[in-house]
Design a binder for this molecule. Structure first.
Ligand code: SF4
Length: 78
């Protein structure tokens, strides 16, 4: 299980999540920041830090944001 960065990040890219992640599993991708689902420890710190509420636990993703989990997996070759 992991947290997922969704569509609001594309327009914001504030990067506040990078500073709070205890395991450094967030990278800047081509058009948004992405969490490595294989490293994320589900602490939720990034969810709280995000100024545009772009980050959700994968179990709480809305239907239209499901593709962002697949996007993260593809980015990290999972
Ligand atoms: Fe990092 Fe915690 Fe966010 Fe996972 S939930 S990406 S470990 S800050």
């Amino acid at each position: 299980m992991a947290f997922v960065i969704t569509s609001p990040c594309i327009d914001e890219q504030a990067a506040d999540c990078l500073d709070v992640c205890p395991v450094d599993c967030i990278e800047k991708g081509e058009d948004q920041y992405l969490i490595d689902p294989s490293i994320c420890i589900d602490c939720g710190a990034c969810e709280t830090a995000c100024p545009v509420e772009a980050i959700f636990h994968e179990d709480e993703l809305q239907e239209e944001e499901q593709s962002f989990l697949e996007k993260a997996k593809k980015y990290y070759h999972l």
